[in-house]
Design a protein around this ligand. Structure first.
Ligand code: GLN
Length: 212
């Protein structure tokens, strides 16, 4: 069974570990390059993107993580995690870390001009059943989407209507909101499906290749 890591430098690590376990995989905290190398997928949690970026440098994880993402490691970033995965970040410090896993421009604390935190019910591409109840906490939005990026959800109504809040590009998934706090495991399940699909591609079903 796949093992999914949660980047455990800062932020709401515990909630993601629990959500992943509930979605049916083994979940482990990742703080060191050797731990990163051992996982089949990685969640970058919410927290504070500039702090997490500094800690990535301090822990020697920045280059390994950038390489892993570029190499196709399935990665899901929520909120601060979405910010870190972007190729361009607005309203951050000039030396802010960006992992370039998504060809998007995100604006940090974007909803803050209207309201710091809010909740909304979203239709998310790839998630069936009722709308996803999304919790936004000093959240970013996606302001530019590159040609290979799929928009999965936008804010349905209100002053931020139409703003992009969930995207996917190849093996990278990101949401502005925090599915780990609601008890709805469908976003984590979607990510686990991505992890399983990537693991299948790496080692086709039927197990080890045999000469006979
Ligand atoms: N505002 C935070 C940042 O800039 C993100 C908030 C969150 O992850 N809930 O990183």
């Amino acid at each position: 069974d796949p093992v999914v890591g949660v980047l455990a430098l800062q932020g709401d690590v515990r909630e993601h570990l629990a959500a992943l376990e509930a979605a049916g995989v083994r979940a482990v905290g990742v703080r060191r390059p050797a731990e990163l190398a051992a996982v089949d997928g990685l969640v970058i949690p919410g927290g504070e993107s500039t702090t997490m970026g500094l800690l990535l440098r301090t822990f020697g994880l920045l280059d390994p993580l950038r390489a892993a993402v570029a190499g196709g490691l399935p990665t899901y970033g929520s909120c601060a995690g979405m910010i870190l995965l972007a190729s361009e970040i607005l309203d951050t410090r000039p030396d802010a870390v960006h992992l370039d896993g998504l060809d998007v421009t995100v604006r940090r604390n974007a909803f803050g001009r209207q309201v710091d935190s809010f909740e909304a019910d979203l239709d998310v591409v790839g998630v069936s059943g009722p709308p996803v109840h999304a919790v936004f906490i000093r959240a970013p939005w996606v302001e530019r989407v590159g040609p290979d990026v799929e928009v999965l959800a936008t804010v349905p109504a209100g002053p931020a209507a139409g703003r992009v809040v969930a995207v996917r590009q190849n093996s990278v998934l990101a949401t502005s909101f925090h599915p780990e706090v609601t008890g709805d495991r469908r976003i984590h399940a979607m990510f686990v499906d991505m992890v399983r699909a990537a693991a299948e591609r790496a080692e086709p079903a039927g197990g080890t290749a045999r000469a006979d």
